[in-house]
Ligand binder design. Structure first.
Ligand code: MN
Length: 345
């Protein structure tokens, strides 16, 4: 079945009943969405919020949390201008069987499928927590299409290699001049523009449950690429909207130009864990991180500024507060030990 249909008006009608109708009349019901499933990623979310604020973002940023996120982390998100919204974790297989799955490392990311439930918003832009925004993104909400994403930097069917060795084969990367045009469209799921829809949410979750996803190395990313196959086009959004940090290593000069970047994506090593990168450091040379030192400096410069603003009490209020539609009350907190898994890329 085609995943998109003209159902939006009907859905909205359904959700109007439980809401302030005057709020629903707002034309621009747009929101950014990000995800936090465990506290160690909190600096990423706060830095993302800070960077969104720096570029004068007009719309609210819904920071989706799951039950393991502490109250303290939730308060910090609000301090940085985000709106906390708790959802149930979604996993298409029993959690205790995760080790039978190639994507065990990234099981928390399946919860992204819940975002299609946010039908009080007409359109949303999802951003991973390990991102820095360099330019205002509000224009994305006005773009046509129910699903937009940017082609990943290299996906040649050797995900194991890609995870372990950051292997990059110009012959297989869409962004290399030597890359054949016939390369398979494959987006990085750290960033996407989407139209919430209860029908799509239900359909996606059911398909994820029904499908054998044991071999899906990149968890929800592989699944979403299957699901949205043919529904998006790699040339619609350039790499600048989800610039994988490795662009600085593999595509310097063409197409990579730092001045063009909208969103930089710190896949794998997180800047809040590594600190600044010394390009002469032996480990940084071995891992290739030495090529991304400037990008990590950018993150840390911003982080220091954000910490200063926090100390000075000048972080400001909720981003896009005047455009918030309706946020269901957060579920009561259940304190449980955090699940020691999470996305590294
Ligand atoms: Mn990421």
């Amino acid at each position: 079945m085609p995943p998109f249909s003209n159902q939006t008006a009907m859905e909205l009608q359904g959700s109007v009943d439980s809401m302030d109708v005057s709020a629903m009349r707002k034309e621009n019901r747009y929101a950014y969405v990000t995800l936090l499933t465990r506290d160690p990623y909190l600096p990423g979310v706060c830095a993302l919020l800070y960077s969104l604020k720096q570029v004068n973002t007009k719309y609210p940023v819904i920071c989706v949390v799951t039950k393991d996120v502490t109250q303290k982390a939730r308060e910090e998100i609000e301090l940085f201008g985000g709106v906390v919204r708790e959802v149930e974790k979604f996993l298409p297989f029993p959690e205790d069987q995760a080790n039978n799955y190639a994507n065990a490392l990234w099981i928390d990311c399946w919860t992204k499928l819940e975002f299609w439930e946010f039908t009080e918003y007409k359109k949303c832009v999802y951003l991973d927590a390990d991102m820095k925004v360099y330019k205002n993104l509000d224009h994305l909400f006005e773009m046509e299409g129910d699903f937009l994403a940017a082609q990943d930097c290299y996906h040649g069917g050797d995900p194991e290699d890609r995870v372990r060795n950051h292997f990059h084969d110009p012959e297989k990367c869409f962004y290399s001049s030597s890359c054949p045009d016939k390369i398979r469209p494959y987006f990085n799921a750290g960033f996407f523009v989407f139209t919430p829809s209860k029908d799509i949410a239900k359909d996606m979750k059911q398909k994820a449950i029904d499908k054998d996803v044991t071999t899906f190395t990149f968890a929800e990313q592989d699944f979403m690429n299957d699901y949205f196959q043919g529904q998006w086009e790699p040339r619609v959004l350039p790499y600048t909207y989800n610039c994988i940090k490795w662009f600085a290593r593999y595509h310097m000069g063409k197409p990579y130009n730092k001045d063009d970047i909208h969103v930089l994506h710190y896949v794998s090593e997180k800047p809040w864990v590594t600190g600044r990168i010394d390009p002469k450091d032996e480990k940084a040379i071995k891992s290739g991180l030495c090529h991304c030192a400037e990008q990590y400096d950018d993150w840390h410069d911003m982080w220091e500024e954000a910490m200063q603003a926090k100390a000075n009490n000048t972080l400001g209020g909720t981003i896009g507060a005047d455009k918030l539609v309706s946020i269901p009350k957060a579920q009561p907190m259940v304190t449980e030990s955090a699940v020691p898994v999470g996305r590294i890329g």
